[in-house]
Design a binder for this molecule. Sequence first.
Ligand code: ADP
Ligand code: ASP
Ligand code: MG
Length: 407
Amino acid sequence: MAVFVYKFGGTSVGSVERIKAVAEKIKKSTELGNHIVVVVSAMSGETNRLTGLAKEMQAQPNSREMDVLLSTGEQVTMSLLSMALHDLDCPACSYTGGQVKILTDSMHTKARIIEIDDVKIKQDLDQGKVVVVAGFQGIDEHGNITTLGRGGSDTTAVALAAALKADECHIYTDVDGVYTTDPRVEPKARRLDKITFEEMLELASLGSKVLQIRAVEFAGKYNVALRVLSSFKEGCGTLITYEESQMERALISGIAFNRDEAKLTITGVPDLPGVASKILCPVADKNIEVDMIIQNIAADETTDFTFTVHRNDYQKSKQVLEETCKELGAKQVTGDDSIVKVSIVGVGMRSHAGIASTMFKVLADEGINIRMISTSEIKISVVVDEKYLELAVRALHKAFDLEKEEE
Ligand code: ADP
Ligand code: ASP
Ligand code: MG
């Protein structure tokens, strides 16, 4: 008998009607003899609503309490879905992450899963029940509720699929698969039948929120068969796979972008050993993640140092950097929090020269100024002004032949 883990995102469980439709879908699958574990997100908008409430209580909400609060969103959905299944005479039982138990570390609001106890789930499956699990949450060794970061229900689903050695993990969402870029920005984006783990990992880490990056990491590590599908319409979605050879041999598989970027520059820094660490250690000490880093050598033996951070960390980073500026006797700190990162991703890049120059030419032809560049084996990222995001994505999408055939 096949075991499947199905995950339904916020829009897919966004109303009573949709939860009922999900229940129908699950019931149909059980009637085919499948064992189903369902992971649910909070109803759409709920996690944002709860975050808003928290911020009204405390400017920087206590992270332990934030997790207690945010975990309630998924708890609402799991019980409602379980009720809907009962209503269809489909035996079901819902569990919070802590009840399962999904053990995590104690990094509140971005915890990592350490271990999953699958005993209860297996017992329920053996008794013919559908098991509904609240996504996005776990419990630490001290019994505190934790959450896994935005989009974390994807990771709950994949981790459960790995623990249960499920046949497949289906991520049901509001698009019918992984596209060459976000179809909301480029309506001509094309659905991919397959994509490699490596490419999906890059796309996710560069901002494509269709899958949480940790979910892809987990699936790759434990070899979970992972598929992204629509919860609204039939179809086979996109399979995330290792099989590179059978894939359409495109140079570029997809374009990702991230709007949550900000950059900071410290100029006139003495060009001496240890300066990079003197600039970045105080930033790291504040738990701020740094992404791209660029250092220039100037003729007068001072250097300019630029890096990007999440937009939410912009003000905090600027304060830290102004302190460092004084300590190092540097010239000044400047910054910009209206920038975005656009990246092209593809394993085909490994064996082809000239992709970067094509990318830069396309942007130049559109009059888009590139502010920063970073590359790796299978991706090229540029930082551009926010106002150019859509234009850059669409121009690159066209130039690299990613558009779907005209209907
Ligand atoms: P859910 O609530 O189901 O988890 P998300 O909003 O987290 O859904 O993810 C689905 C969204 O991801 C889509 O609506 C789409 O706008 C966005 N997205 C970004 N990049 C891509 C891509 N390359 N392919 C498909 N969807 C993408
Ligand atoms: N509800 C959480 C969020 O909105 C987790 C998830 O949906 O995956 O980020
Ligand atoms: Mg999501």
